[in-house]
Design a protein around this ligand. Structure first.
Ligand SMILES: [Zn+2]
Length: 291
């Protein structure tokens, strides 16, 4: 009978790689992102870092996956990529729509009310961590509401993001196109209430790389970084098939608010998804329109 290779039977090189990834990958990515902010690196540098981090995570998921049974076939990867491209196109279109309407109005109102209370004299790294936590604060309550209220769960299409049985870094951006209407808002609300647009762009790499890691099929340590940053142990638990487990760990980037508001849970996750099998992409796209 064929059995899955265990960690202990892996080659010495893979064991070293596993140990390096387990202890160092997430802290290293956090440090690189904050270093880019500290040196006032260009947006292009942050974007390049996101692309390199994503490629590295994807490569590691192939070589040393935490759950070998979650490795996707070529067909599954192409289908997921197609879903992500459709979702990304919708995100860009809805962002343009917001920029021309709601965001312009919010910017005028913010100026008129002189709402910009952002502590721009703080060190840039402190500002990035502040906007990271503030952004998650708004996102936390939207995310928690989308799980709490059935109408929002359906209307937002958030169920599509939870429908996947196999998770990987790419799942971070596998959202229903309609959910872009909701996912774009937290950043705009933080900008409206606090200001901080100057550092808004530099926290993108920290947010993006944390989200990719949170969905990754890699064994990562949660002990230290997991006090503030969301790790995949916590976020995969949020993707649990068991509803009481899924109604925890709403922080996709920063786990602080779950710890403060009593929704944090640190436990093993057996199965993910919203059913025994993964729905078709057509069924996922129809989710906001069906009960
Ligand atoms: Zn969720």
């Amino acid at each position: 009978m064929k059995t899955q290779p265990s960690i202990t039977s892996a080659s010495p090189l893979k064991r070293i790689l596993r140990a390096g990834v387990y202890w160092a990958l997430q802290p290293t990515f956090i440090i690189v992102s904050l270093y880019l902010a500290h040196t006032y690196a260009s947006i292009d540098a942050h974007t390049l870092f996101i692309v390199v981090a994503f490629c590295l995570i994807t490569l590691l998921e192939i070589v040393i996956p935490a759950r070998p049974e979650w490795k996707k076939s070529a067909g599954e990867n192409v289908a997921l990529l197609g879903f992500v491209v459709v979702s990304g196109a919708a995100y860009a279109a809805i962002e343009t729509f917001y920029e021309a309407s709601l965001f312009t109005w919010m910017a005028h109102l913010s100026q008129a009310w002189q709402l910009d209370i952002w502590p721009s004299q703080w060190p840039i790294v402190a500002q990035v961590l502040l906007i990271f936590a503030a952004y998650e604060f708004v996102n936390y309550w939207y995310h928690r509401a989308s799980h709490r209220w059935e109408w929002l769960w359906r209307l937002s299409g958030h169920s599509a993001h939870h429908a996947f049985k196999k998770l990987s870094g790419l799942n971070a951006v596998a959202n229903h196109p309609i959910e872009a209407f909701f996912l774009i808002l937290p950043r705009a609300i933080v900008g409206f209430l606090l200001g901080g647009e100057a550092v808004g762009a530099t926290f993108v790499s920290l947010t993006a790389v944390t989200a990719i890691l949170a969905h990754s099929n890699l064994q990562l340590n949660s002990a230290v970084v997991g006090w503030f940053f969301t790790t995949n142990r916590y976020h995969i638990h949020h993707h649990s098939k068991v509803i009481s487990e899924s109604n925890t760990n709403y922080g996709c980037f920063c786990i602080l608010w779950d710890r403060l508001f009593g929704t944090f849970q640190d436990a093993k996750t057996n199965d993910t998804g919203i059913g025994d099998s993964q729905p078709s992409y057509k069924a996922m796209l129809m989710m906001p329109f069906k009960r």
